[in-house]
Design a protein around this ligand. Structure first.
Ligand code: SIN
Length: 307
């Protein structure tokens, strides 16, 4: 088993063990995280530090490097699965991207923590232990996230709370399973699908198209849409209220952008639920995707579109 480290609060250090907010993420290495879990002593675990960052600063270079290292290790006959330690803040984006691009036939298990590594009651060691256990399950496959005793599929997982230790949900889909005394009670299928493939994305991330998210709200106008057009943005996700509804002023600006070739999809800014097409509204619905998932999906669509 290989454990890839990317930073996050799980590798963070606070000035005092009682402070769960003012700390620095990404301070200790992935080998140290493993050494801090006595129950993993004696296991054959290979640690590799792919990045060391607060996941708010995640970028496409790290996504690509992570995808390449995962692909490399999963090709090895002696590797049953890969665990990735990550920050909680953008875990759902990295996990979604990797599932869509690699759709691995072996398990890739993300884990993280809401409390730093030196917190009084830290959640990292248990989460890491559970993640290794899930990555070892024979029939497991796809990208999943293991946090606070729950297993989430990469296409559903989302951070739903800014502070609670139990900070993740799977929306309407529900969790993939629960870990009870080291055993997985599985409730849904493992993630599957056809991989897009890394080779189709292009390795020069500076050439990747700009795709941005705009939120609909009272009093919204077209200023951000105009700015996006000026900056060469290729696609916009509109996180509108309710059924991804679009304010008439924003709609006028979006129609203008669409005429100039920008791709525009509608999502909801509600926590859960799908968005349906609306008669007379010329912007496609992104279905059940959250705004950040839809942004990645649009990025992949643009990257893989024939010239
Ligand atoms: C991060 O996302 O890297 C910091 C926050 C966290 O991991 O909870």
């Amino acid at each position: 088993m290989v454990v890839l480290g990317t930073g996050g609060t799980i590798a963070g250090i606070a000035q005092t063990p009682a402070d769960n907010v003012h700390y620095s993420a990404a301070q200790i290495g992935v080998q140290q995280l493993l050494d801090a879990v006595p129950a993993l002593a004696g296991e054959s675990l290979e640690a590799e530090q792919v990045a060391q960052l607060d996941s708010k600063d995640m970028d496409y270079d790290v996504w690509l490097k992570l995808a390449q290292r995962i692909e490399f290790h999963l090709r090895r006959d002696d590797v049953a699965g890969v665990v990735v330690t990550h920050g909680t803040d953008t875990l759902e984006e990295t996990a979604y991207f990797l599932q869509r691009v690699l759709a691995p036939r072996k398990p890739v298990v993300f884990t993280a923590a809401m409390r730093p590594a030196n917190a009084m009651l830290r959640d990292g060691p248990q989460n890491l232990f559970d993640a290794v256990g899930v990555a070892r399950i024979d029939c497991a496959q796809g990208v999943v996230a293991v946090l606070a005793g729950a297993v989430h599929g990469a296409l559903d997982v989302r951070k739903v709370h800014s502070y609670r230790v139990d900070a993740f949900g799977s929306g309407d889909a529900g969790v993939l399973g629960r870990i009870e005394e080291g055993h997985l009670r599985r409730l849904r299928d493992w993630p599957s699908g056809t991989p897009i493939g890394l080779d189709r994305l292009g390795l020069d991330v500076t050439a990747w198209p700009l795709v941005e998210i705009i939120t609909g709200h009272a009093g919204v106008g077209g200023a951000l849409v105009q700015a996006a057009i000026g900056q060469g943005v290729r696609g916009l996700i509109v996180a509108g209220p309710g059924n991804g509804s679009v304010h008439h002023k924003l709609e006028a600006a979006l129609r203008f952008a669409q005429q100039r070739g920008l791709l525009i999809w509608r999502c909801t800014r509600c926590a859960d639920g799908p968005v349906f097409d609306e008669p007379g509204v010329p912007f496609a619905s992104a279905g059940s995707l959250t705004p950040v998932q839809a942004r990645i999906e649009m990025l992949l669509t643009l990257l893989t579109a024939p010239d």
